[in-house]
Write a protein that binds this ligand. Structure first.
Ligand SMILES: Nc1ncnc2c1ncn2[C@@H]1O[C@H](COP(=O)(O)OP(=O)(O)OP(=O)(O)O)[C@@H](O)[C@H]1O
Ligand SMILES: [Mg+2]
Length: 478
């Protein structure tokens, strides 16, 4: 049994929570505003001293989080559970900085909400304010805003806020263009290392031969061209953050070295035996599932565990279409601010068209589309015809294509083997009949029906080619 203070201006929420908590035997008080909550909890003898607080963020008058600092003077370190309909990253960060115990996203179901309150009321709860509290409200650092009202993005905000405050390594996953780098920058911006450097490095952009020296540095004479000692990124970012983008592309032998660097907090420059202390914070990202790379022996599992102590996944845009209007408006405004001129607005129809598309290139593609449209609309209203044509929905990567073809052929063979009851089966010939004609046709097309050139490209004798064309009933070019 405990006492709970509910601070919310929506009578329906207050009523539901109050009845449910009273049924469980708790003592409940309700305040419709932060001011009222402060009044209720002020002054020693008459004050209501709650064991837990459920606090709405958006309140008439003072904002719940903003008032929390004052409320803490009255209530001390009791667990505070934030309730919010739709917060931004700053809300989540502020919540963590104020030592908020948990975070309920509205609308919420009653049962999980009660479970959280009951957990908060347990005398054994470890004080989650530790470390985070007292950091105080930092003025909301302007930077790249991360937009999103979907539940998935609200979770991402919460995770950024939780992870930012600590030193743990974070692995950020998601398809291309979902905002992985944006999240990495936000993690740094909201971390205790925010005043030190953020050093992003995109592994596939580096020549494989220089990855080691880029990351770990080298000493003079370590290899041809190493004219002087040079610090690597991991050493440069000692007090800051290193962001390893497409970390799956780090060669295996360097994965061992990286793991050792992380575990021991020291790095060794190329060409030097001495280890030097370096403890940068490591953030990594990948748009390929690392589990597949591990299965293929291309990525070390132990390193993976080290890097993914905390994991933030960004869902593709097609799985959170409710974010599209907000993002589109945001990009329109950004373009506007950058270019000035006549105000640009999105028409209803353009917005509908944007929401209808599947965005294989995710937020990046949406951003480009909106910027393009703002430009061609020449100020004024953006209509659907101003939007660029959508990218082909499913881009078939060559690797996938090969997989697809081989899978289809396997299926065909298995089925043909099952069904073939012919006394003189000719499965091999049938198989060739399936795959050779397209090969011959496309090659002939490619060389403008020149049989000699086709034979050469195929690596076949001209007579053999002629024979095959006849066998498959294909036209014989002159
Ligand atoms: N939630 C978001 N709110 C606002 N802008 C976003 C959001 N997500 C992505 N963007 C914008 O979309 C673009 C792509 O984002 P980012 O570079 O972070 O993607 P990525 O996941 O790192 O992609 P890649 O895998 O191709 O490197 C950037 O211009 C970024 O600012
Ligand atoms: Mg990126």
């Amino acid at each position: 049994m405990g006492s709970v203070l509910i601070v919310d201006d929506e009578p329906a929420i207050c009523w539901t929570l109050r009845e449910a908590l009273r049924d469980e035997g708790h003592q409940v008080q309700v305040a419709p505003s932060a001011e009222e909550a402060l009044r209720l909890t002020a002054g020693t003898p008459a004050a209501f001293v709650p064991d837990a607080v459920l606090l709405d963020v958006r309140l008439p008058g003072r904002d719940g989080l903003e008032a929390l600092e004052d409320l803490r003077q009255n209530i001390g370190a009791v667990p505070v559970i934030i309730m919010t309909a739709f917060g931004d990253l700053q809300t989540a960060v502020n919540a963590v900085e104020h030592g908020v115990y948990d975070y309920l996203l509205k609308p919420f179901d009653l049962d999980p909400a009660l479970a959280i309150v009951n957990r908060a009321l347990q005398p054994s709860v470890s004080d989650s304010t530790e470390g985070a509290a007292g950091a105080g409200l930092t003025p909301s650092s302007v930077g790249e805003t991360i937009i999103g009202r979907s539940l998935a993005m609200q979770q991402v905000f919460k995770n950024i806020a939780l992870a930012a405050a600590s030193e743990i390594s974070v692995l950020i996953t998601g398809e291309s263009g979902t905002g992985k780098e944006l999240v990495a920058r936000a993690l740094h911006r909201h971390s205790p290392r925010r005043d030190a450097e953020f050093l992003p490095v995109c592994i596939p952009a580096l020549n494989p031969g220089v990855i080691e020296s880029e990351l770990f540095g080298h000493v003079r004479g370590a290899f041809t061209g190493a004219a002087e000692d040079r610090m690597g990124l991991l050493e440069l970012a000692r007090a800051g953050t290193v962001f390893l983008d497409e970390v799956g592309d780090i060669p295996l032998h360097l994965q061992v070295k990286l793991l050792r660097a992380i575990e021991q907090g020291e790095i060794t420059r190329v060409g030097e035996a001495r280890a030097r202390p370096a403890k940068p914070r490591l953030l990594t990202a990948t748009n390929r599932p690392i589990s597949e790379l591990i299965a293929q022996g291309q990525f070390r599992e132990d390193l993976y565990f080290r890097l993914s102590v905390f994991h933030i996944h960004l869902p593709p845009l097609r799985e959170r279409p409710e974010d599209i209007p907000l993002l589109a408006e945001h990009f329109v405004q950004q373009t506007q601010a950058a270019r000035g001129g006549q105000p640009v607005t999105l028409s209803e129809a353009a917005l509908r068209e944007l929401s209808r598309r599947t965005w294989p290139g995710n937020v990046r593609e949406l951003r480009n589309a909106v910027e393009h449209a703002a430009l061609v609309s020449r100020g004024g209203m953006i209509h659907p015809e101003h939007l660029p044509r959508p990218l082909a929905p499913a881009r078939v990567e060559p690797a996938n294509l090969l997989d697809t073809v081989q899978a289809a052929l396997r299926k065909w063979v298995a089925q043909a083997a099952r069904e073939n009851t012919d006394p003189n089966p000719e499965l091999y010939a049938e198989f060739l009949h399936l795959v050779e004609p397209p090969l011959l046709e496309v090659v002939l097309e490619h060389v403008a029906q020149n049989k000699a050139a086709a034979a050469q490209l195929l690596g076949l004798h001209r007579a053999t080619l002629r024979q095959k064309l006849r066998r498959y009933g294909l036209p014989q070019p002159e």
